[in-house]
Design a binder for this molecule. Structure first.
Ligand code: ADP
Ligand code: MG
Length: 266
């Protein structure tokens, strides 16, 4: 490989396309305007932007949970795995039963879904915790279980809505590294939403910068570092150059007085 893209045969057709998407809510809130981008196989695309700029709305439209006011989205709904900000585990089910849930909903036979769940639990490093209930897990482990649940269906496209935002910094960095390992191993394409500039650059092949009111993509920054990415990459000058470029694009999209908001995004 040796390139910027982890997955084989990368430059293929788009797996997700936004074609001039706008969203105006019934109360008049203009959430998105002129959103146009593609995610292709082998790509890890991250959208970074401040709270309220329309990131979740964009992801909900990507997954057909919501519809655009104008423009269109091309995607096969069957291809999507969705990872939410909170792990959304069922508290009365243990890890194994939670991870088996999507297989149940898709009527996968019991033996097969157990096999898939065992494999997914192993992939996210939760082997030995199958009988634990969510309340006995740390935040990072809950998120691993949530990712395992989605992995059982082996979706070609993963949508992540700020999945690690509530975790402490060390756990978050570890999960970022694990996400890259998963991306290389499972070969899904990813659209990842975050308000962390560092997370965006560390994970992605490409960063899209969003500005608020209405949400628009104001910059697109290619991230050329090969995978796998070492934790120490975060301290390289070339990494600082790219986080600086993303930060500048975000600042350029703000009026003065919003600096405090940006500080909160570090
Ligand atoms: P983000 O995920 O970037 O924080 P959201 O996509 O959740 O932003 O929200 C974008 C904007 O749209 C915000 O101003 C939010 O208040 C508004 N919004 C979100 N959902 C609705 C809704 N169902 N009705 C009206 N306004 C909404
Ligand atoms: Mg959101």
């Amino acid at each position: 490989m040796g390139g910027k893209v982890a997955n084989d045969g990368a430059a293929q057709r788009a797996i997700l396309s936004f074609e001039g998407v706008a969203k105006i809510f019934p109360d008049g809130t203009h959430a998105l305007e002129g959103i146009r981008f593609e995610v292709r196989r082998g790509e890890f695309v991250t959208i970074v932007g401040p709270s309220g700029c329309g990131k979740s709305t964009l992801l909900r439209i990507a997954s057909n949970l919501d519809t655009p006011t104008s423009g269109r989205v091309l995607v096969d709904r069957e291809q999507i795995g969705y990872i939410f900000q909170d792990a959304t585990l069922l508290p009365w089910r243990n890890v194994m039963e939670n991870v088996e849930l999507l297989g149940e909903l898709h009527d996968i036979p019991k033996d097969e879904r157990r096999r898939l769940a065992v494999k997914a639990i192993e992939t996210v490093g939760l082997t030995g915790f199958e009988k634990h209930f969510p309340k006995a897990l740390s935040g990072g482990m809950k998120m691993r279980a949530s990712i395992a649940r989605t992995l059982t269906l082996n979706p070609p496209l993963f949508l992540f809505d700020e999945p690690f935002g509530a975790l402490d910094q060390i756990t978050r960095e570890r999960l970022n590294e694990e996400t890259i390992v998963l991306f290389m191993k499972e070969k899904f394409a990813a659209l990842f939403i975050t308000h962390s500039i560092y997370e965006a650059v560390f994970l992605s092949t490409r960063v899209l910068v969003m500005s608020p009111r209405p949400g628009q993509i104001v910059a697109e920054i290619e991230v050329p570092f090969p995978y796998p990415r070492a934790p120490e990459l975060r301290y390289e000058p070339s990494f600082a150059d790219l986080t600086g470029a993303v930060s500048a694009a975000l600042r350029g999209s703000f009026h003065s007085g919003a600096e405090a908001e940006l500080e909160g995004m570090k």
